[in-house]
Design a protein around this ligand. Structure first.
Ligand SMILES: *Cc1c(COP(=O)(O)O)cnc(C)c1O
Length: 430
């Protein structure tokens, strides 16, 4: 199994000591199920190695776009981690959950004026400024509110993160942030120092997602320090904070290589301390923003098999009651997943199938040519590691209601997000 909270007993898959088959019966399918203990363990693991390697001089912020709802912010708050949000909607959810705005970092490459006003009015801890238009708007908004706003700048360090093109963000050809190599980033820093209602605290980079290698991260640290050094020597301004973003890869398939997160953190901390010493700079307050690595491994999605269509010598389609609406990641990036039959979990995977959704799109697949037990109509399929970028990316295409999200913990289950109804689907229709 991918994670050790998944077990097999009596030919049945269990998550957090709850039978997946019973969950499907009780709550219906498609169904998102997340193991609360694993979410908490993942947050704690990041926090623990952060405390260890940065001597407490840092903050782990859960990147909530991976999975956002009231309960996850409550959990993050309880576990003592901050959060990053990328929209007014995520910010609103975090605040409704009682999150301290000081521990919120606000991202986005095109925040609206209304979102910036909202963030300023509730005193969000850090706004990560993406471009000069935003910088100017933000200064104006802060001036009107008679506030000084703490910001970080989103920098493109010009690094190839060795991952899918759609989730690479650190290279010069990216819509996010200021380029380093063209001098654009330095000019933005200079400009920000002229604004009275902006307080430049730090620099931020996020080089991509699902990165399975420590080298791009340590390289990003080195590159970011060249800018910190230039700002100090040429502008006599000291950068207090360095935010290294998220992007830590997870195991989607049994034989995916996987680097323990404490290893990333340790290696980066060594580089941070070494460079700070060499260049006679103070060790900045370090932040990271893991999203996928906290939420993805904790979640599975349960589906019921409908039609099985075998096209001889071509392909076997197993159709399920879910679709790209609850998991658009194959359609977006040809993502790979491990699946198993929850009610035949101890049996051998002796079939190769293509898991097809129910939307009117040929590209609506959850995965192509996946090993699976031989399944029939009525069997329950579990797709693993779906805790991140599944619910949060879900859609209502074909007017399909979104599935419920269930949290399990120590043998018990509870609803965290209710299943949408047809009534929900027409709620805003007039
Ligand atoms: C998406 C994102 C993250 C989280 O990325 P993961 O791959 O989920 O860890 C962190 N920071 C920023 C700015 C992001 O855009």
């Amino acid at each position: 199994m991918l994670t050790n909270n998944l077990t097999v007993n009596n030919n049945t898959l269990y998550i957090g000591n709850v039978s997946a088959v019973e969950l499907a019966k009780e709550y219906g399918t498609p169904l998102y199920v997340m193991d609360e203990n694993l979410i908490r363990e993942n947050m704690r693991a990041f926090k623990k190695s952060f405390d260890e390697y940065y001597d407490g001089n840092g903050l782990v912020c859960y990147a909530s776009k991976a999975f956002s709802c009231l309960e996850i912010y409550r959990i993050a708050k309880e576990e003592g981690v901050g959060t990053d949000v990328v929209s007014g909607g995520e910010l609103y959810t975090a605040l409704k959950a009682g999150f301290d705005p000081k521990n919120v970092v606000f991202h986005g490459n095109n925040k609206t004026i209304e979102e910036l006003e909202y963030a300023v009015s509730v005193n969000v801890g850090r706004i990560v400024v993406d471009n000069l238009t935003e910088l100017e708007n933000l200064n104006g908004i802060a001036q009107k509110a008679n506030k000084i706003v703490d910001i970080q700048f989103r920098i493109k360090p010009g690094i190839d993160a060795h991952t899918h093109d759609f989730v690479k963000t650190g290279q010069i050809d990216s819509k996010f942030g200021f380029a380093l190599e063209t001098g654009e980033a330095f000019e933005a820093v200079k400009k920000s120092l002229e604004y009275n209602n902006i307080n430049l605290k730090g620099l931020h980079c996020h080089i991509g997602s699902q990165i399975m290698d420590t080298e791009p991260f340590t390289h990003a640290v080195e590159v970011m320090f060249t800018l910190i050094e230039k700002i100090k020597s040429e502008l006599n301004y000291e950068i207090d904070e360095l935010n290294l973003g998220g992007g830590f890869g997870i195991k989607y398939l049994e034989n995916d290589d996987f680097i323990p997160y404490n290893e990333y953190i340790r290696e980066c901390s060594v580089v941070v301390k070494k460079i700070a010493k060499e260049k006679n700079l103070k060790v900045p307050f370090i932040m990271i923003e893991p999203g996928r690595s906290i939420a993805a491994p904790a979640g599975i999605t349960l589906y019921t098999v409908g039609a099985v269509k075998n096209i001889p010598d071509i392909r076997k389609y197993v159709s399920i009651d879910g679709s790209m609406c609850d998991n658009p990641r194959y359609a977006l990036y040809q993502s790979t997943y491990e699946a198993l039959c929850a009610n035949k979990a101890a049996e051998e995977k002796n079939d190769i199938i293509t898991l097809a959704g129910r939307c009117c799109e040929s590209g609506d697949l959850i995965g192509k040519d996946m090993p699976l037990q031989t399944v029939d109509a009525g069997d329950i399929i579990a797709v693993l590691a779906t805790g991140a970028y599944n619910y949060s990316m879900s859609l209502n295409y074909n007017r399909l209601p979104r599935p419920a999200v269930i949290f399990v913990k120590d043998g018990k289950s509870r609803v965290v997000i209710k299943r949408e109804t047809y009534e929900d689907i027409i709620r805003n229709d007039v």
